[in-house]
Design a protein around this ligand. Structure first.
Ligand SMILES: *[C@@H]1O[C@H](CO)[C@@H](O)[C@H](O)[C@H]1NC(C)=O
Ligand SMILES: *[C@@H]1O[C@H](CO)[C@@H](O)[C@H](O)[C@H]1NC(C)=O
Length: 412
């Protein structure tokens, strides 16, 4: 943290890099950040993980079947209102296609589907567009058999997420009046371009924002990453903070970690997070050698999209006023349930590995390179570098907690 402040401001206000014309630009980042702030307001000291792109895709699927004010609300909230009507479907298609490229070195599974009550028929045109833009499946179920429906949907989700997302819904989520359920799950697995060596992982104290400490497995490496130090020029965000971008193999995807100074709670930094700032970070980090201390973590969250999206202005599709007339002929149709479950596991390489045991104090002296020590809460995004699509956004308030006296740990 040695850059003088004037330079930092210069970094912050520098011009954006223009994208090549043929690359779709994600228009939904504003929406992503608003979703984050909504979850942050609801979630106090919890970890957060969600997939903005996946929510946008799910909403796109609903939008295909929506008309009138129901449709307008979605376009407004997601940030499509400046586009010609309908262009957003092609945009979403291009973004997801860019991500699910066959040559990719990572695995992404989107599991998006609409489940409709048996006996109601979908409009053929709607089904055609669903397949065209979203390669999405539409299933019919009998919601009055609530336990069987929950099992069927859960197994469908499990099948589409390499079994990482289980028990998404339960029987209580359905009743005989349920007609339509939107299911949205996403799974990602990528290996770091520069992997952490498991033998360098140590137990380490992680200081939570409430002042308490937990023991975690801290990974370590010194390697070439994209790195920058930023400040918004005020003390609001706690002064200078660090941004580290760590690419996954192939460099198509990367994880960006945003870390306030040790004594600054993440809650002080969160309010400044805005869509243009994400882009500033991405455009201004520079490739250089960095010493990285990153805890292993596993985050999982189930979000009630119904209440969250209503807060962001998408209301009608969840009420009797919904106009989903492009989807089916049924006049009384609305979305009864919308949930997202996201899961992310960050390890040395992406697979299980042996870890060093015992307590070791790592020194902070003799700093040759910038040091990113994520031993306190941080914000992260996993994004597609070419399009800026945000696959995941979240924060780690508590990493994977271990008990150093545990014999299982000693034997690892
Ligand atoms: C999506 O990609 C196709 C084919 O490259 C292109 O013609 C279309 O304009 C793109 N759509 C958007 C919204 O960028
Ligand atoms: C899940 O996959 C298994 C094995 O491929 C298959 O038998 C089952 O029908 C699938 N379930 C759903 C709900 O798709």
């Amino acid at each position: 943290l040695s850059l003088p402040l004037p330079l930092l401001s210069a970094i912050l206000f520098s011009l954006r890099v223009c994208r090549a014309a043929d690359i779709p630009e994600d228009a939904t980042s504003e929406f992503s950040v608003r979703l984050y702030h909504q979850l942050q307001a609801a979630g106090d000291q919890d970890n957060i993980i969600f997939s903005p792109l996946s929510v946008a895709v799910a909403l796109g699927m609903v939008e295909l079947g929506a008309r009138g004010a129901s449709l307008e609300e979605i376009r407004q909230a997601v940030g499509f209102s400046h586009l010609l009507q309908g262009v957003e479907f092609s945009l979403l298609q291009n973004l997801t296609t860019a991500l699910t490229d066959d040559d990719a070195n990572y695995v992404i599974r989107f599991a998006n589907s609409l489940f409709l009550q048996e006996g109601i028929t979908f409009n053929p045109e709607f089904l055609h567009l669903m397949r065209k833009y979203f390669r999405a499946e539409v299933e019919t179920v009998d919601f009055s058999e609530s336990a069987a429906v929950a099992e069927q949907i859960n197994s469908w989700v499990e099948n589409h997420t390499e079994s990482k997302i289980r028990e998404l819904l339960s029987a209580e989520d359905f009743s005989s009046v349920t007609r339509l359920t939107l299911v949205n799950a996403v799974y990602f697995r990528g290996s770091w371009k520069n992997q952490f060596r498991p033998e360098n992982t140590r137990t380490f104290s992680f200081s939570k924002d409430d002042g308490s400490e937990v023991q975690t497995l801290m990974m370590y490496q010194q390697g070439d990453f994209y790195y920058g130090e930023f400040s918004d020029g005020s003390q609001e965000a706690g002064g200078v903070y660090q941004v580290l971008e760590m690419p996954y193999e192939g460099e198509d995807m990367s994880m960006m970690i945003v870390l306030p100074r040790q004594e600054v709670p993440l809650a002080s930094l969160e309010p400044i997070i805005k869509a243009p700032l994400l882009e500033e970070w991405a455009n201004n980090v520079k490739r250089q050698k960095v010493e990285v201390y990153l805890p292993r973590f596993k985050v999982e969250q189930k979000i009630d999209l119904r209440s969250t999206l209503q807060e962001l202005g998408i209301k009608k599709i969840f009420t009797n006023d919904a106009d989903l007339s492009a989807m089916t002929d049924g006049k009384d149709l609305y979305i009864g349930k919308a949930v997202q479950k996201a899961y992310l596991e960050v390890t040395e390489e992406g697979a299980e590995g042996a870890v060093g045991s015992g307590m070791i104090a790592l020194t902070r002296t003799l700093v040759l390179y910038p040091q990113v020590m994520a031993d306190h809460p941080f914000f992260f995004v996993i994004r597609h570098r070419r399009t800026g699509s945000i696959l995941f956004m979240g924060r780690v308030m508590t990493p994977e907690v271990i008990d150093p006296n545990d014999h299982d740990f000693d034997s690892m």
